[in-house]
Design a protein around this ligand. Structure first.
Ligand code: CAA
Length: 296
């Protein structure tokens, strides 16, 4: 699949005249038949031995996966589909080896005026990506710039390929990060480093991102997605109900004071005692067997 996608992208870049539709090309080579959904800017597939991982690959190679409106609509639609798929327990979001995403689409944004962006609350809908109850792992190779870095930070875990670069270069375009870059980056890596990045537009390497806590693991470029899928398979093996509760509790740490957060955590912890999966997990431990979670 990966080699086919690569061949398709090389063909599209070098040979296919711009006017030709990539969707048509995909139909001809049958690529879309292997993926789920009929998307223009992404490829969605189920991965893992039990096909319990949803893999979404941003696929707008000619613009380094710049996050145009159509791509964001495709992404939301694929996330919603995996969210409602009972077999899928975790989602991996990735791009190409060159770019996770090079930011919001500058061409699309360039002619917008204040009345339009303020009146229409431009980009506010991106936040809906964070409403997914299932964990999302960002597997970042190449550039994660501007909206690309912000998109990665909307995910729950970030893994990076060893050539990845993270940055918020909006200042170089005369604007500022508009999808969480001034907020989530601060929380992830601290004020001084975040301030330096947004004020200079300087990028951070994968290794620096790991040292600063933005990224949890770094892998060789060609192993990144497989490693992310492995982690996603592991997560998918637990109770989906408990995983959703756990994700909600961790995300609450971003919003509440310590006392409020601890109170919330306790309530959710207590709530797990109302589930069959909590009972099953503890009984399985005592009976020295593997648990059989039923997501109930
Ligand atoms: N929007 C639209 N198109 C983009 C793009 C973007 N963010 N980033 C790259 N592209 C396009 C380029 O225009 C180019 O298209 P053409 O071939 O038609 O000219 C193609 O992708 C390849 O890009 P380059 O030729 O520039 O590739 P490169 O390897 O020389 O450089 C790069 C790569 C350093 C990532 C460079 O493309 C770049 O700096 N991109 C812009 C990064 C950026 O500023 N991102 C922030 C956007 S604003 C934002 O995201 C706001 C927010 O908070 C949501």
């Amino acid at each position: 699949m990966a080699s086919m996608t690569f061949a398709r992208n090389v063909f599209a870049k070098l040979i296919l005249p711009a006017k030709y539709n990539l969707r048509l090309l995909d139909k001809v080579i049958g690529l879309r038949c292997m993926s789920i959904g009929n998307y223009e800017y992404i490829i969605a597939e189920k991965k893992g031995e039990k096909k319990n991982v949803g893999l979404i690959k941003l696929n707008r190679p000619r613009a380094l996966n710049a996050l145009c409106d159509g791509l964001m609509k495709d992404l939301k639609s694929a996330l919603d589909a995996f969210e409602t798929d009972k077999d899928v327990g975790c989602i991996v979001l990735t791009g190409s080896e060159k770019a996770f995403a090079a930011g919001a689409d500058i061409k699309e944004m360039s002619q917008k005026e204040f009345s339009e962006v303020y009146g229409g609350n431009f980009l506010s809908h991106w936040n809906s990506l964070t409403h997914c109850k299932k964990p999302v792992i960002a597997a970042v190779n190449g550039y994660a710039l501007g909206g690309g870095c912000e998109l990665a930070m909307m995910c729950d875990i970030i893994y990076a390929g060893d050539k990845a670069q993270f940055g918020q270069p909006e200042i170089t375009l005369g604007t500022i990060p508009g999808a969480g870059g001034t907020q989530r980056l601060c929380k992830a890596i601290g004020k001084s480093r975040a301030m330096e990045m947004v004020l200079t537009g300087d990028r951070m390497t994968a290794q620096e991102a790991q040292a600063s806590g933005l990224v949890s693991k770094v892998f060789p470029v060609n192993q990144l997605v497989d490693e992310a899928v492995k982690t996603a398979e592991k997560i998918s093996g637990f109770s989906k109900l408990t995983i959703a509760m756990c994700k909600e509790a961790v995300n609450t740490a971003y919003e509440l004071s310590l006392q409020e957060g601890l109170h919330f955590e306790k309530r959710i912890f207590h709530a797990t005692f109302a589930t069959k999966d909590r009972q099953e997990g503890m009984m399985a431990f005592l009976e020295k067997r593997q648990p059989n979670f039923t997501d109930s």
